[in-house]
Write a protein that binds this ligand. Structure first.
Ligand code: PLP
Length: 378
């Protein structure tokens, strides 16, 4: 059997990883400033994480959601405390798309309505409703187009108000900081007004923190930079440091009904154990403080690099915008300098999504490499 060939691949085969580094099958060492697409939060193959997962696997790796699982309760308590979202309830699933799917479904169940407002350049995943609220017609199949979605530009509150007046909207979904789209974000004023108009019109405000959550923006969730309280928060990527787990945090005003949501694998013992150990490390190693320290260092250091038009994003969710397509730079970074970085829908944007434990020395390594490439170019 061959693989269903859907991914454009770089010809690199990582076989080993530690902290901010991965090694390929020729034992070449790469600095990972991409974190496997913003997934690696506490660093690759963290010894504590490995120990906890091994222990859990020796105890029990999986049982269904038809029995008690104290690890889910422990995870909910710990996540509530560390994220300061202890007035939310937790539904566990397996991926980001699934988290958004369940968030949208809940909003529709509660309101009995089905239209969703999403924003230009958004990315919310590839399943049914999640892909329908994603602003990319190339990945939206006819079956997904049955969903009723209106896309609006960011930061235009009057356009949002006009749509809500039609009284058929169940939810507004917005990323804390846009990831795939290219690091644009709502202003504090916009987020605050969104919260107000959603409350007024009884529409659920869903914050997609799948990429911007788990400390990546310099606060646990990116919306916390704006002082709002969404009705529903979705998260995934950094939550399991590579172990597949996603979550929906639902305001405790939302009433759960038996059978309303469900999953076979979501919240299994191994996934919970991975997610608990990630939170343990975020806390023990003060990783959110590290995000803020390294982010400030990065923003200073990057001034040494020529040809950058704009630096976008927050914390360790950053984008370097150039006047030209960055595909060639990204290739040179990987193959000549052995550094992984990310791309975006905006072809002129180089994305930086390192482990939250990345060091100043590793940032220096990147800046020197990028300067080398760009000096050759200019
Ligand atoms: C903001 C955002 N939402 C949702 C998703 C989908 O997550 P997953 O690929 O785990 O389904 C992604 C993935 O990149 C994302 O960046």
């Amino acid at each position: 059997m061959n693989l269903f060939n859907v991914y454009p691949l770089y010809n690199v085969t990582p076989v080993k990883s530690r902290g901010s580094y991965v090694w390929d099958d020729n034992n070449t060492k790469y600095l990972d400033l991409y974190g496997g697409h913003g997934v690696i939060s506490i660093g690759h193959s963290h010894p504590y994480y490995i120990e906890k997962l091994k222990f859990q696997l020796n105890q029990i790796g999986f049982y269904s959601n038809s029995v008690q699982n104290p690890l889910q309760v422990k995870l909910a308590e710990k996540l509530g405390k560390i994220s300061a979202c202890d007035n939310y309830n937790l539904f566990l699933c397996n991926s980001g798309a699934e988290a958004n799917e369940n968030a949208l479904k809940t909003a529709s169940f509660i309101s009995g309505k089905k239209r969703v407002i999403a924003f230009n350049n958004s990315f919310h995943g590839r399943t049914s409703a999640a892909v329908a609220v994603t602003d990319n017609s190339n990945i939206n199949a006819p079956i997904n187009q049955q969903q009723v979605v209106t896309f609006l530009p960011l930061n235009k509150i009057d356009l949002v108000k006009n749509e809500l007046e039609k009284e058929d909207v169940c939810a507004i979904i917005i990323e804390g900081i846009q990831g795939v789209g290219g690091l644009d974000e709502g202003t504090t004023d916009f987020f605050k007004k969104l919260e107000i108009v959603c409350k007024k019109n009884e529409v659920m405000l869903i914050l997609d923190e799948i990429q911007s959550g788990y400390g990546r923006s310099g606060k646990f969730f990116a919306f916390q930079h704006h002082g709002i309280n969404p009705d529903i928060i979705t998260t995934a990527k950094g939550m399991g440091n590579g172990f597949p787990i996603g979550a929906v945090l639902l305001s405790n005003k939302i009433e759960a009904k038996k059978g309303m949501l469900g999953t076979t694998f979501g919240g299994n013992h191994l996934a919970c154990s991975a997610a608990i150990s990630v939170l343990d490390i975020i806390e023990k190693e003060n990783l959110i403080d590290n995000v803020n320290t390294i982010s400030a260092y990065f923003l200073e250091k990057i001034k040494e690099v020529p040809l950058i038009k704009k630096v976008k994003g927050r914390g360790l969710m950053l984008g370097l915008e150039f006047e030209f397509d960055i595909a060639e730079i990204r290739k040179k970074l990987i193959f000549d300098k052995h550094i992984f970085t990310g791309g975006a829908a905006n072809k002129k944007l180089l994305r930086i999504l390192p482990p939250l434990s990345v060091t100043k020395k590793q940032i220096d390594e990147f800046v020197d490499a990028l300067k080398g490439i760009l000096n050759e170019k200019s």
